[in-house]
Design a protein. Sequence first.
Length: 227
Amino acid sequence: MEMKDEEERLPRFQRARNALERFAPVFWMKSTSETNHMTGFVQLPSLGWRFSEPHPELREMFQSVVRDAPRNTDWSFKEKKNSLILPSRLISEGGPDGDFGDLASAISQNDQEFCIAASDDIELIIDAIAAQPALPTATRISVFQIAKSSADELVCVAEGFTGEPQVGMVFQAVGVPGVEVRLTALRWYPPRPETKRHDPLAKVTLVGKGAGLIGRKDLLVSLPGGG
């Protein structure tokens, strides 16, 4: 109980950061202040962040939290270079790719009832993120060399492994939106002490629509339940 009380005394920014960093290191983050110190108005809240490296395996969790946690209004989760949680009203009034800063300021000045309701919601969202169970560590591999490439198959040498890659796993190409491939063959190269390279290397075959779009240095991240 004492730890929960201590957490609640922290500013919203720090509580949000603590919640996000349960899953991965946060490289950049922005959270709207609870109130405007000049006017005393409650500000329309939003939360943006970028992890130190992409984590597409967390996308479904954030979408679920944003859908289920709020009680007062609709919220959206957007993901490009940065991840963003914001009231859906900003998208409906400002467009999906709009600059929401001026619109958020206008709503904060003219619709305090909505801002107070949204402020309550963002607290529920942060609490829900903090309460999510930690997901299993995703397997991550990076393309080191390309041996053969076609529209639906990529044979490559991979490095930078996190987790345990296994035949049958489905991977998402972080740099190529919408491309998912299945690992169908895996052969580890024995270590070569005479070289300066100490990281493990493996020859992997990846099959799926768009596999040929994956390039050298692209990062692949396994999808939950895709094995």
